[in-house]
Design a protein around this ligand. Structure first.
Ligand SMILES: Nc1nc2c(ncn2[C@@H]2O[C@H](COP(=O)(O)OP(=O)(O)OP(=O)(O)O)[C@@H](O)[C@H]2O)c(=O)[nH]1
Ligand SMILES: [Mg+2]
Length: 337
C-alpha cells in the first residue's frame, strides 16, 4: 500500500538481563556436568531472531542436542516446512515441532524415544549400567520450557502439572529440581530460567521477541509492541485488523488505528484536562487497546504469522556476547528480582 513504512525505523535498544538470568546461567553451567542431552527450545514464530548460536554452543558443547520448535500451532504448514529446511541445513536434523497446548501432539510423543536414541547412540557416553538419563531444557523467556516439561510428564507418566507456567516472561527464575518425564527409560529433565543475551545487539530482533512475550511488555512499551505488530501485518499485506478496529481501510499509524478502534469499540476514557479548562473530555484508552491488539496477535487471531523473513535467511547471526559477565556488569532494570 502506498505510503506505508518500508522499515520500522530507529528503535531504542531493548535490554533485559535481570539478576535471575545471570544466576540461572551459572546454575545451568554447573548442572551441565550431570546432563546427558540438551533440548534447545524456540518459539516457532521467531525461529531465526530467537536463536543465539553462542548461547546454544555455550550450553550444548558436544552433548547430544535436540532442537524443539514450540508453539507450532501458531504458524502455518508452509512456514514449518521452510523452518525445517533451514534448521536441517544449518543446525541439526534432530528437530521436533511441538504444541504444548495439545496433549495429543505428535511432536510430544517423539520426545522420549528421541532423547533415548540420542543418548544411547552417543559415542561420548558408555551407557551400559546407567539407570537414568538427565536432560536440560534451555531457551529464551516465555517459549514454553516449563509447559514442555509439564506436558511430556503428563503424557508419559500421567502425572499432573508440576511447574508454574504463565503468559509473561521470567516466570521460572532458577534451575529447578529435575522432573521425571519418563519411566522407560527413566529420564529426568531440568527446567531452567529463560535467558536473553545480556546486551541485545539487534533492536529489531529484540522487538520480534517482545511481540512473542520474551520481554516484559511494560518494559518495552505496549504501544511500541502494538506498533511493531501493525507494521508486520501491513508488510505481510494482512489487513484482518481493519474489521476489529472498525477501519475503512488499512492504516500504518498505530495512534490513528487505536484511536479509531477505541471509538469503534467504545473504549474511550474520561479525562480532566487543565489545558481544555476544568471540564472532562474523552480520550482513547490506549493501554486497553494496545493490550487487546497484542493479545489478538498472540492468539493468532490475525492469522498464523512468522515474524522472521524465512526467504531471506542466510545464516544465524553470530552475537559476540560471552554470557560470562561479572556480577557488577549485569545490566539491571527497575523491577528486577
Ligand atoms: N499457543 C501455544 N502456547 C504455548 C505453547 N507452549 C506454551 N505456551 C504458552 O506460552 C506461555 C509461556 O509458557 P511457559 O511454559 O511459562 O514458558 P517458559 O519458557 O517456561 O517461560 P519462562 O519461565 O518465563 O522463561 C504460557 O502462556 C503457555 O501457556 C504452545 O505450544 N502453543
Ligand atoms: Mg518457565
Amino acid at each position: 500500500m502506498a505510503g506505508f513504512r518500508e522499515s520500522f525505523g530507529l528503535v531504542r535498544n531493548l535490554n533485559w538481563y535481570p539478576k535471575h538470568m545471570n544466576t540461572g546461567l551459572k546454575q545451568m553451567q554447573a548442572k551441565l556436568r550431570s546432563v546427558d542431552c540438551v533440548l534447545e527450545i524456540h518459539d516457532a514464530r521467531v525461529p531465526l531472531s530467537g536463536r543465539n548460536p553462542n548461547f546454544s554452543h555455550l550450553l550444548v558443547g558436544d552433548k547430544p542436542h535436540i532442537v524443539v520448535l514450540n508453539k507450532v500451532d501458531l504458524i502455518s504448514g508452509e512456514s514449518k516446512r521452510k523452518i525445517k529446511e533451514i534448521y536441517e541445513k544449518t543446525v541439526t536434523k534432530n528437530l521436533i515441532f511441538t504444541n504444548c497446548k495439545n496433549d495429543q501432539d505428535p511432536g510430544i510423543k517423539k520426545i522420549v524415544p528421541m532423547v533415548r536414541d540420542m543418548i544411547e547412540n552417543s559415542n561420548r557416553y558408555h551407557r551400559a549400567g546407567m539407570e537414568e538419563y538427565n536432560a536440560m531444557i534451555i531457551g529464551i523467556p516465555n517459549v514454553g520450557k516449563s509447559s514442555f516439561i509439564n506436558i511430556t510428564r503428563a503424557k508419559n507418566l500421567k502425572k499432573a502439572t508440576s511447574l508454574k507456567v504463565a503468559p509473561s516472561a521470567g516466570v521460572t527464575k532458577m534451575v529447578h529440581m529435575k522432573v521425571k518425564i519418563s519411566n522407560d527409560p527413566i529420564i529426568f529433565l531440568y527446567d531452567t530460567p529463560g535467558i536473553l543475551t545480556p546486551r541485545v545487539t539487534d533492536p529489531t530482533a529484540a522487538l520480534k521477541l517482545a511481540v512473542c512475550g520474551s520481554f516484559p511488555d511494560h518494559d518495552v512499551g505496549l504501544m511500541l509492541i502494538a506498533d511493531y505488530i501493525l507494521f508486520t501485518l501491513n508488510r505481510q499485506k494482512n489487513y484482518k485488523y481493519t474489521s476489529l478496529l472498525g477501519l475503512e481501510e488499512p492504516c500504518d499509524c498505530i495512534t490513528t488505528a487505536l484511536t479509531k478502534g477505541a471509538i469503534h469499540l467504545n473504549k474511550m476514557q474520561q479525562q480532566r484536562s487543565m489545558a481544555l479548562g476544568s471540564g472532562l473530555h474523552k480520550k482513547p484508552n490506549f493501554e486497553y487497546m494496545s493490550k487487546m491488539f497484542i493479545e489478538k496477535f498472540r492468539k493468532a487471531e490475525f492469522g498464523k504469522i512468522v515474524l522472521d523473513d524465512l526467504d531471506q535467511f542466510t545464516q544465524f547471526e553470530q552475537c559476540n556476547d560471552d554470557f560470562e559477565l561479572k556480577e557488577n556488569e549485569v545490566f539491571e532494570r527497575s523491577g528486577n528480582n
